[in-house]
Design a protein around this ligand. Structure first.
Ligand code: NAP
Length: 513
C-alpha cells in the first residue's frame, strides 16, 4: 500500500489532544471522517489497527469472499460507483472502492494506521477521554467507536484444537501462504463465510469435510456481470444509477414485513429454498442432512448457487455428528469416528454480542462497557449513545444490524446523527453530553417489544443475533427508513448536558457554520 506520510502519521510522544477520535476505519469510521472533513473540521483523527482502510472488507480475503447485497446499494450514497463490474461485487472490488473513496475525499492523512487501541478511559475532572494505543497516548473531547460488529474472530472452544499440528486459521484471517491443493481439508461452520469458501476450494482439495452444526437456508444468488451499455448508462445518463439503487432498496425493504411482523409470510421463501435444495442436490441422504429445521430468516438467509452442488461432489462430506475433539492430525466426532486432515479452516463467526473491545472502554463510574452490558444487557439509545459513557458515540452499535439489506444505509444514518451531535456540542458550548437512562430504557423496551414478534426471536433457532440472556441485541426490527427518520437530528433533549463557558477554537469553527 502506498500512502502519504503526514504529521498525523506519527506516534504520540506525549498525550496528544484531539477534539474527536474515531476508532476504526471501515465503512463507518471512514464515512464519518469524510463527513467531518467536509464540514471543514481538522481536529479529528482516525485510529486504525490495520494498515489500510476497509475494516471487514480488508480483513476477509478468503477465497470466494463477496457481498450478499447488490453493490449499487452497498456503497456510500455520496460516492456512487458506476463502474461496479457485477451486481454483487467480490471482496477485492469492494476494498478497492473503499480505498478509492478515502483517496478521493482526501482523508487518509487524518488516519493513524497500525495503531491498536488498547484502552479508552473517561476522566471526569477534565471531561476528556484518554485513549491508550500501541502508538502512544491521546486525549479527546469525544470518542466515536466505529470498530464494527464483525471484527473479532470467534474461535470455537473445542477440546484439543490448540494442539492441531496442520495448517489452521480463521476464515477472517485467511493464510494465503497455506497451500490447500491436494490436501485433506476440514471446515467448521456453515454460515455466510463458509458457504462461499466451500465452493471456492472444493475442486482444489483432495477432500473436504464440512462440519455442520445447524443447516443454513439458501436462496438463489441473482448475480451477473453488468453489460457495457448498462455501465455506460450508470455513468452517463443522469438518474439511472440512483433509480437502480432505489429499486434495489425498495425490493429489499419489502422483506421487513415478513421478517419483523408476519413471520408466516416467510413460508414463500422457504418453498423457494426447498425447491432449490431438491434441484441442486441429487443425494437424498445429503438433502435430508442439509434441510434446516427452523423458520427461514431466523438466521441470516444465505445466497449461493454453488454451495449445494459443491456439497454434492464426491470429495466433499457433510458431517453433522458434532465434534468431540480435535487431535494433532484429525477430528473425532461424538460417534467416535476419526477423520484425518492436513488443514483446518475455522469459519465460526465473530464476537458480536461479547466484543473484547467492551472490556477496554471505562465509563464515568469506573465500570467497563462489558460490566455495564452484563448488568443491563447490550443496549444503546438509537444504537449510538450509552448512559455512563459521556461524549462517546457508537457506529454500528447495538440493534442497528440488518440481514436483508445494506448496512451502509444504517451507517450513514448514524453518521448523520453523530455529525449533528458534534455540531450541537460545538454550537452550544457543551462540555459533556450523556444520554439519559430513562430515555435509553424506554427506547430499548420499545425495541424489545417489537423484536418479540420477529422471526429472529420466534423462528426456533439459536443465532448470534441473540445475547447470552436470549435478547436480540443486534438487529433493527423495523424498516430502515424508520431508523433514518429517528437519526435525522440530534435530539439533545434526550441527553444530560453540562456546558463550559468558553468555546474551543475548533468548536468556534463549527459553531460558525
Ligand atoms: P456465522 O454466520 O456466525 O457462522 C458461524 C458458523 O460456525 C455457524 O454455522 C455456526 O453454527 C458454526 N459454529 C460456531 N461455533 C461453532 C462450534 N463451536 N462448533 C461447531 N460449529 C460452530 O459466521 P460467518 O459465516 O463468518 O458470518 C458472520 C456474518 O458476517 C454473517 O452473518 C454476515 O452478516 C457477515 N458475512 C457476510 C457475507 C456476505 O455478505 N456474503 C459473507 C460472510 C460474512 P450454528 O449455526 O449452529 O451456530
Amino acid at each position: 500500500m502506498s500512502r502519504k506520510v503526514t504529521d498525523n502519521d506519527v506516534e504520540a510522544t506525549s498525550p496528544r489532544h484531539m477534539n474527536t477520535i474515531i476508532v476504526g476505519s471501515g465503512f463507518a469510521g471512514l464515512g464519518l471522517a469524510i463527513k467531518l472533513s467536509q464540514q471543514g473540521r481538522e481536529d479529528f483523527l482516525v485510529l486504525e489497527r490495520g494498515s489500510d482502510v476497509g475494516g471487514t472488507w480488508r480483513d476477509n480475503t478468503y477465497p470466494g469472499a463477496a457481498c450478499d447485497v447488490p453493490s449499487h446499494l452497498y456503497s456510500y450514497s455520496f460516492a456512487l460507483n458506476p463502474d461496479w463490474t457485477r451486481s454483487f461485487s467480490k471482496q477485492g472490488e469492494i476494498q478497492a472502492y473503499i480505498r478509492s473513496v478515502a483517496e478521493r475525499y482526501n482523508v487518509l492523512d487524518r488516519h493513524l494506521f497500525d495503531c491498536d487501541v488498547q484502552g479508552v478511559v473517561w476522566n471526569e475532572d477534565t471531561a476528556t477521554w484518554t485513549v491508550t494505543t500501541s502508538r502512544g497516548t491521546f486525549t479527546a473531547d469525544t470518542v466515536v467507536s466505529a470498530v464494527g460488529a464483525l471484527c473479532e474472530p470467534s474461535l470455537p472452544d473445542i477440546k484439543g484444537i490448540n494442539d492441531f499440528e496442520g495448517e489452521i486459521f480463521h476464515s477472517a484471517r485467511w493464510n494465503h501462504d497455506a497451500n490447500l491443493e491436494g490436501k485433506r481439508v476440514a471446515i467448521i461452520g456453515t454460515g455466510a463465510s463458509s458457504i462461499q469458501i466451500v465452493p471456492a476450494i472444493a475442486n482444489k482439495v483432495a477432500s473436504l469435510d464440512v462440519y455442520q452444526r445447524t443447516a443454513p437456508w439458501l436462496l438463489p444468488r441473482m448475480d451477473r456481470p453488468y453489460l457495457l451499455p448498462e455501465r455506460l448508462a450508470f455513468k452517463h445518463i443522469p438518474g439511472v444509477q440512483r433509480l437502480s439503487r432505489a429499486a434495489i432498496y425498495a425490493a429489499r425493504e419489502t422483506q421487513v414485513v415478513g421478517l419483523t411482523r408476519f413471520p408466516l409470510l416467510m413460508k414463500g421463501f422457504e418453498a423457494l429454498s426447498r425447491a432449490k435444495l431438491q434441484f441442486e442436490i441429487r443425494d437424498a441422504e445429503l438433502r435430508k442432512k442439509v434441510t434446516p429445521n427452523y423458520r427461514i430468516g431466523c438466521k441470516r438467509m444465505l445466497i449461493s448457487n454453488e454451495y449445494y452442488p459443491a456439497l454434492d461432489r464426491d470429495n466433499v462430506d457433510v458431517i453433522t455428528d458434532g465434534i468431540a475433539e480435535v487431535r494433532a492430525n484429525s477430528i473425532v466426532t461424538k460417534d467416535g469416528t476419526e477423520r484425518e486432515i492436513d488443514a483446518l479452516i475455522v469459519a465460526t463467526g465473530f464476537h458480536v454480542t461479547d466484543s473484547p473491545t467492551y472490556n477496554t472502554i471505562v465509563g464515568r463510574d469506573g465500570r467497563t462497557l462489558s460490566e455495564v452490558f452484563d448488568e443491563v444487557g447490550q443496549q444503546a439509545y438509537k444504537g449510538t449513545s450509552i448512559a455512563n459513557f459521556p461524549n462517546m458515540f457508537f457506529l454500528v452499535g447495538p440493534n442497528v444490524g440488518l440481514g436483508h439489506t445494506s448496512m451502509v444505509f444504517m451507517i450513514e444514518s448514524q453518521i448523520n446523527y453523530v455529525v449533528d451531535a458534534l455540531k450541537t456540542i460545538a454550537a452550544k458550548g457543551i462540555r459533556t453530553v450523556e444520554v439519559r437512562g430513562d430515555k435509553q430504557r424506554a427506547y430499548n423496551q420499545d425495541l424489545q417489544d417489537k423484536l418479540a414478534k420477529t422471526v429472529w426471536n420466534t423462528g426456533g433457532c439459536a443465532s448470534w443475533y441473540l445475547d447470552k440472556h436470549g435478547n436480540n441485541t443486534t438487529l433493527w426490527p423495523d424498516f430502515t427508513f424508520q431508523f433514518r427518520s429517528i437519526t435525522r437530528q440530534f435530539d439533545v433533549d434526550a441527553y444530560n448536558v453540562t456546558t463550559s463557558d468558553a468555546l474551543s477554537a475548533d468548536q468556534k469553527v463549527v459553531a460558525a457554520q
